[in-house]
Design a binder for this molecule. Structure first.
Ligand SMILES: Cc1cc2nc3c(=O)[nH]c(=O)nc-3n(C[C@H](O)[C@H](O)[C@H](O)COP(=O)(O)OP(=O)(O)OC[C@H]3O[C@@H](n4cnc5c(N)ncnc54)[C@H](O)[C@@H]3O)c2cc1C
Length: 330
């Protein structure tokens, strides 16, 4: 391997890349890796530290811009040159397109989780926009409130097999969660959510309607789709052969519906690093473990076999603990 490899972002994809090549330089704005699945636990009362994993980045600084022509990364306090660059800056939530977005709460950081947890205390009516993973898992943490999920599709967990939807719907209905299908949110006010055909009282409106790549990427001089860098099957940018992307920051050309998940982040981080080191390894997306948690109900699939109950819970907890251990080991 020749030259310096720089990794931007020390989340699951970035640390997986770094573990393959400890000589690479890892840059992250945060001292901790945030374990996103555990943000849900914070909503139900766990301390913040539960989702903050100690990991060593080589430089703690915010990535402001990238000068691809001169191969340099502009940080708040420094400029770093690279020979090869791996971009693993994760995702952002974007709900600014909804009228009244100032009344909406997103969940992508510890601060978000704390704000939402506080707001639970004074909210009786809670509306969740989106019935994907995030929306239904959040609904599972909320007790003794009137919860409404507004989903634009005719089912929950779009893109996953029907038994995921059936199982999720059964659990949520048992918990008295109201689910509105085929409905899109038009605007949000302080005390209500307005859809194309109805208004819903809401003291707290949460957004779980999807993620884009990190919004910084949308402003870079590189081909991207929804702020995800478009890469080929080797995870190389279409514009710059010395730039790779992985995890939630990548959109693989000609590959549809790659989930934004920890397993994909890990496998793509590893592939990106191998290729940055001079190999030509094709990325194959295989999200072989997929576990959903609604309150204390767990279900999902392992290698396409449906599982639920304690086995599913065990697999999810072990997977999260393993990712935390990987992070601590760099
Ligand atoms: C609430 C929630 C729950 C989830 N639950 C699950 C689940 O149960 N199972 C599952 O498989 N997936 C889950 N996911 C998705 C999963 O967490 C992501 O797909 C995965 O973390 C993506 O890894 P990544 O490395 O691409 O991004 P991240 O893990 O988000 O890492 C991005 C890193 O980039 C750093 N960064 C960002 N911007 C900058 C900047 N400007 N300068 C410097 N550093 C920067 C961040 O600090 C972060 O460390 C969940 C996501 C969320 C939001």
């Amino acid at each position: 391997m020749k030259g310096k490899i720089v990794i931007l972002g020390g989340g699951i994809a970035g640390i997986s890349a770094k573990l393959i090549n400890k000589n690479a330089l890892l840059i992250d704005k945060s001292k901790y890796m945030i374990m996103a699945p555990r943000l849900i636990d914070i909503l139900s009362g766990y301390p913040e530290e539960h989702a903050m994993i100690n990991r060593n980045a080589d430089i703690i600084d915010n990535v402001k811009n990238i000068d691809f022509k001169n191969k340099s990364v502009i940080l708040d306090n420094n400029t770093v040159n690279y020979e090869k660059l791996i971009i693993a800056l994760g995702a952002s939530q974007n709900y600014s397109f909804i009228n009244g977005s100032q009344y909406i709460y997103g969940l992508s950081s510890i601060e978000d989780a704390i704000k939402i947890r506080e707001k639970f205390k004074t909210s009786d009516n809670i509306v969740i926009i989106g019935g994907g993973y995030l929306g239904i898992e959040i609904a599972g943490t909320i007790k003794n409130k009137n919860i409404t999920i507004i989903e634009r599709d005719k089912r929950l967990l779009t893109g996953l097999p029907d038994n995921f939807h059936i199982c999720a719907e059964k659990i949520l209905k048992k918990n008295n969660v109201k689910i509105i299908y085929n409905s899109s949110v038009k605007s949000v006010a302080k005390d209500k959510v307005i859809t194309s055909d109805k208004e819903y009282e809401s003291d707290l409106t949460l957004f779980a309607g999807g993620l884009t790549g990190n919004r910084i990427i949308g402003n870079l001089n590189i081909t991207n789709k929804n702020s995800k860098i478009v890469v080929d099957k080797y995870l190389r940018s279409l514009d710059y052969p010395d730039v790779y992307a992985c995890g939630d920051s990548m959109s693989v050309e000609n590959y549809h519906n790659i989930p934004m998940s920890a397993i994909i982040a890990r496998s793509s981080g590893i592939t990106a690093m191998y290729n940055a080191m001079g190999n030509m390894k094709e990325f194959r997306a295989n999200n072989y473990v997929n576990i959903v948690e609604i309150g204390n109900n767990y279900f999902g699939s392992v290698n396409n076999s449906f599982i639920k109950g304690n086995v599913a819970k065990f697999i999810k907890k072990v997977a999260i603990a393993l990712s935390a251990n990987y992070a601590r080991s760099i």
